[in-house]
Design a binder for this molecule. Structure first.
Ligand SMILES: NS(=O)(=O)c1ccco1
Ligand SMILES: [Zn+2]
Length: 259
């Protein structure tokens, strides 16, 4: 892919190494479609979200997160490449300063303007997200590419609330929100063993990347770009380009749920 990937440098945003020394399953990666292997044993992914588990949305200084009540198995995913139920903890996005880049994963080196991550933890084996994130197969993250097109009516409800969380640590209550509205209708996905793309970069994630993108319009992305990395009272830094550079695939295989 384009040489925008920093190798073992220091990431501009975190001043920390962007690859974990000795890390052999880091994310994000470029998905080379022709190198992915169709696995007929992969089951359909089952997604059952309860809109009433939605709590609030907040600016954590790197993205904006919508968090869910995760004390019981009310909003879960199962099936697909997963052995157990995984409980929804939060979803967030990564995006660029302009529409030409912004996603974390790429497909045949194609970059999308933004990427949605729905973060789940293995509630059969662990008792909390914090515990699961340190364990192999502790987490499952669904990645959905966003592309420019029609206004996304489901996303608009979140976009309308973004101005109220412009600064780092700002929070706004949300009433019901069903994240299923952010998913493409096509069930096809790729899956591979990877990591968190922000610190602690734990190698505990089963990634499930949807093949089809969902459409959002330019105005909606412009509102994402109005957010700030910085807390109120500090010099304003626009929240843009909050994506990690591509990481080496090493000896991993990406499987597809479709032939
Ligand atoms: N970007 S991501 O989904 O890998 C993530 C979730 C928590 C930390 O990093
Ligand atoms: Zn993410």
């Amino acid at each position: 892919c384009a040489s925008y990937r920093l190798r073992d440098g220091v990431h501009p945003l975190w001043q920390s190494p962007i690859t974990i020394p000795g890390g052999r399953r880091q994310s994000p990666i470029n998905i080379q479609w022709k190198d992915s292997v169709y696995d007929p044993h992969l089951k359909p992914l089952e997604i059952r979200y309860d809109p009433a588990t939605c709590l609030h949305m907040w600016n954590n200084g790197y993205s904006f997160l919508v968090e869910f009540e995760d004390s019981v198995d009310k909003s879960i995913i199962t099936g697909g490449p997963l052995e157990n139920n995984y409980r929804l903890k939060q979803f967030h996005f990564h995006w660029g300063a302009v529409n030409e880049w912004g996603s974390e994963h790429t497909v045949d080196c194609k970059v999308f303007p933004a990427e949605l991550h729905l973060v789940h933890w293995n509630s059969c084996k662990f008792s909390s997200f914090e515990e699961a994130l340190m364990e192999e197969n502790g987490l499952a993250v669904i990645g959905v590419f966003l592309k420019l097109g029609a206004n996304h009516s489901g996303l608009q409800k979140l976009v309308d609330a973004l101005p109220s969380i412009k600064h780092k640590d700002a929070l706004v209550e949300l009433d019901e929100f069903d994240p299923s509205c952010l998913l493409p209708s096509c069930p096809d996905y790729w899956t591979y063993a990877g990591s968190l793309t922000t610190p602690p970069l734990s190698e505990s994630v089963t990634w499930i990347i949807k093949k089809n993108a969902v459409e959002v319009d330019e105005d909606q992305l412009e509102v994402f770009r109005m957010l700030l990395f910085t807390p109120s009272g500090e010099e304003e830094k626009r929240m843009v380009d909050n994506f990690r550079p591509l990481q080496p695939i090493m000896d991993r295989t990406v499987r597809s749920s479709f032939p």
